[in-house]
Design a protein around this ligand. Structure first.
Ligand SMILES: Nc1nc2c(c(=O)[nH]1)N[C@H]1C(S)=C(S)[C@@H](COP(=O)(O)OP(=O)(O)OC[C@H]3O[C@@H](n4cnc5c(=O)[nH]c(N)nc54)[C@H](O)[C@@H]3O)O[C@H]1N2
Ligand SMILES: Nc1nc2c(c(=O)[nH]1)N[C@H]1C(S)=C(S)[C@@H](COP(=O)(O)OP(=O)(O)OC[C@H]3O[C@@H](n4cnc5c(=O)[nH]c(N)nc54)[C@H](O)[C@@H]3O)O[C@H]1N2
Ligand SMILES: [Mo]
Length: 665
């Protein structure tokens, strides 16, 4: 991203044309970054709560007053048990320095509880690691050369525009593109085919594809023999999944499955590269880890990995050898090993009292780079937790988010335009440097600086608390990269092979693509991928007969940008997409106010009768700020804290609901 600055003011941001991965383009929301940065509601001074928790009433205070008081409060809690203090952080702008570096040093030194960073990609990441050995895969640019592309569980146009460019190139060169997604997204409608399966049934589809590859002998026997393990048991498992069985499970036709298998299998037979762009949408369900495992097996069956434009890509993040120990200094943790709290279950965990198994109740929360009151599942619990009178909460933020409303202190943080950071990717494999283009606005400080100063107030003496941000940027990759080149160009590509698994060499313990995972089996789990049904499977004529998914709205980045007027205007209002059929039986018209509800809660929004929704599934687009929605709620009022089969991840898209016309205005 290149920022144009005039008289110290950032007036425009655009993509760096010299960077091949972005190719000079930004998505709409990020192109509004100046509007967000200079937003009149930016928090530019530390704030201290004056009204009741959640009321959003604050007064400004001096930095030193705020930090001294916060340090006093944290010290008192730490003297009893530092594990009663919990940091909570996640996406922010996903940098390594403003993310888990100085902050993590601080909490390590304090001996605070540790956070399990699971809210996004944990299940799929684990599934991929069990099968391929790492978060690694095809090089993203070679999708442009593929002849067949499956976009599986991703709205690329909405959430990964830079990938979509390669798809367009492939399409122009005659490739066939197929989208597998319950929702008819912007992406699905631009593909040649769209397979709108029921949420959480992807493993069943993948197993049926294997069944067809076996029955028709569309297999690369040589590749299987040389570079895979567990073929015989996988074969037996796949043969349990004829297309008829999978069609019933997935809510699609037998012919759709046969046709997809034929396209994928024949590409292999003809030696035409077939590529799968999986993404995290399909793993936010109970069986998310297994689904990723099943899909990740496919290219090894047909030998698609032999070509650089064939294989699968879920994430490239495993390519980066980040020196986390140097950034985070786990050696500072001299206390006994602290417990780990899963960020997905923050609702329940904030409401837990002390016990032998849990440890101390959470007495203090320090939130940065995240907006849990908006994004975490089962909001009623999360809100009740944040509203606890005896909880001390500090939030580092740009804006008074739903979470900041519950803070005792809000500390103003800098944005990406105002600080140093270093970034990785989960698509391409370049390292990126973020250099500040403008001075911090008002009294805002980088997260790193806030934790440096807090460390001083706590009396932490280790010299690592004076390391500056440029040095942290250098530490992240050490000698592995040429920092001067990074500073000059803004990006440095990592050396990665074009076709990483053309001759095996998977980073698994066996060096093969592991159809059967000994590691999973040794944990008492199924060593083979299987279809693991959703926690909540919709059943006709039951109290909650509809499945609800809540993928992000195109113009929002999770809950970021929701307060940027031009983007919020583009999205309009919180809405629920419902099929004509499901709307009709409920007497719902387009634009009606509806109540969406289940055992966890109730949420009102506007119904859109839309072809984007298949029958049996409603789409509640996210992630609106609660305070901008009707009744001060959002879609996470309905989602559950149940976890995935692997990785302890969230199940946002595994949720049943009922919908009715709202009777009150
Ligand atoms: N505009 C925008 N871009 C974003 C984000 C954003 O919030 N807004 N978020 C960023 C982040 S944090 C992430 S993790 C990535 C996520 O990016 P992706 O992992 O690519 O996922 P999404 O595009 O968010 O959408 C998930 C898609 O999965 C579909 N889906 C839901 N359930 C299932 C299922 O069971 N099976 C299948 N096959 N599909 C399913 C949804 O309908 C949706 O189209 O995007 C990043 N980019
Ligand atoms: N229902 C439903 N819920 C979901 C999802 C879904 O698809 N459906 N998606 C899930 C996914 S994939 C993810 S990744 C999570 C994301 O959830 P979060 O990690 O909470 O991400 P955001 O909502 O983008 O909020 C990031 C916050 O960090 C702030 N921020 C940005 N940069 C900085 C900085 O430098 N310093 C500080 N202090 N703050 C900063 C922003 O202002 C913003 O309020 O949400 C999850 N929740
Ligand atoms: Mo995410």
């Amino acid at each position: 991203m290149v920022t144009t600055v005039r008289d110290g003011i950032a007036i425009k941001v655009h993509g760096n044309a010299a960077h091949p991965a972005t190719h000079g383009a930004l998505c709409t929301k990020v192109s509004r970054y100046p509007e967000r940065t200079y937003h009149p509601e930016r928090i530019l001074k530390p704030l201290r709560r004056t009204g009741p928790k959640g009321s959003g009433q604050f007064e400004t205070v001096e930095w030193d007053t705020a930090l001294a008081d916060i340090a006093t409060r944290l010290k008192a809690i730490a003297a009893r048990d530092p594990q009663a203090i919990l940091p909570y952080s996640y996406a922010g702008t996903m940098g390594q320095v403003q993310g888990e570096s100085m902050a993590t040093r601080f909490f390590n030194c304090l001996g605070a509880s540790q956070l399990d960073y699971t809210i996004c990609a944990a299940a799929g990441g684990e599934g991929l690691v069990q099968t391929l050995g790492g978060k690694v895969g095809m090089r993203v640019q070679f999708f442009a050369e593929s002849r067949l592309i499956l976009i599986w569980g991703s709205n690329s146009i909405g959430s990964n525009l830079h990938f979509w460019r390669h798809v367009q190139t492939a399409k122009r060169n005659g490739a066939k593109v197929i989208c597998i997604d319950p929702r008819r997204t912007e992406t699905a409608e631009k593909c040649h085919e769209h397979i709108a399966l029921m949420p959480g049934t992807d493993a069943a589809l993948a197993l049926a594809l294997m069944h067809e590859l076996i029955q028709n002998d569309w297999l690369d026997h040589d590749y299987i023999a040389r570079y895979t393990s567990g073929w015989e048991p996988l074969r037996a498992r796949a043969l349990e999944w004829p297309p008829e069985r999978a069609a019933a499970t997935c809510g699609i036709s037998v012919e759709q499955i046969r046709s997809l298998a034929r396209d994928y299998g024949m590409a292999g037979v003809r030696g035409e590269p077939a590529a799968i762009r999986m993404n995290y949408g399909l793993q936010r369900v109970h069986g998310g880890g297994n689904a990723v495992r099943a899909i990740a097996c496919l290219p090894a069956l047909t030998g698609a990995w032999r070509q650089r434009a064939g294989g699968v890509l879920l994430s490239s993040s495993g390519t980066y050898a980040i020196n986390k120990a140097a950034l985070q200094r786990p050696d500072l943790r001299t206390h006994r090993p602290a417990r780990t709290i899963n960020m997905v279950t923050i609702g329940d965990d904030l409401l837990r009292s002390a016990s032998a198994s849990f440890g101390p109740a959470i007495e203090a929360l320090v939130v940065y780079n995240s907006n849990p009151v908006t994004v975490a599942p089962e909001s009623s619990k999360v809100v009740a937790g944040f509203a606890r009178q005896d909880l001390f909460t500090v939030v580092l933020e740009h804006f008074q988010t739903d979470t900041a409303d519950y803070a005792d202190y809000i500390l103003p943080a800098t944005t990406q335009l105002e600080h140093w950071d270093i970034h990785t990717s989960y698509g391409h494999t370049d390292i990126l440097l973020n250099q500040p283009s403008i001075a911090p606005l008002g009294e805002a400080k980088p997260n790193t600086q806030i934790f440096r100063e807090l460390a001083r107030h706590m009396g932490f003496a280790d010299p690592c608390f004076s390391e500056d941000d440029v040095s942290l940027c250098k530490v992240a990759f050490g000698d592995a990269i040429d920092f001067e080149a990074l500073q000059r160009d803004g990006f440095v590509p990592l050396p990665v092979p074009d076709a990483p698994y053309a001759q095996g060499g998977f980073p698994t313990p066996s060096g093969t693509c592991e159809f059967f995972s000994e590691r999973l089996a040794s944990q008492g789990l199924d060593g083979l991928p299987n279809h693991v049904p959703n926690h909540e499977v919709p059943i006709a004529d039951s109290a909650y007969p509809l499945a609800m998914i809540s993928p992000p709205a195109r113009n929002f980045l999770n809950s970021t940008f929701v307060n940027v007027k031009s983007l919020r205007d583009a999205e309009g209002e919180p809405l629920l997409e419902i099929s004509a059929e499901d709307a009709k039986v409920r007497g719902i018209d387009h634009g009606d106010l509806v109540r969406v509800f289940n055992t966890r809660g109730s949420y009102r929004c506007t119904a859109h009768i839309s072809e984007r929704a298949r029958s049996g599934v409603v789409n509640g687009l996210g992630i609106w700020w609660r305070k901008l929605g009707l009744d001060g709620t959002n879609v996470n009022e309905l989602t559950s804290q149940k976890l995935t089969d692997m990785g302890r991840g969230p199940t946002f898209y595994d949720c049943v609901v009922q919908v009715e016309k709202s009777t009150i205005a």
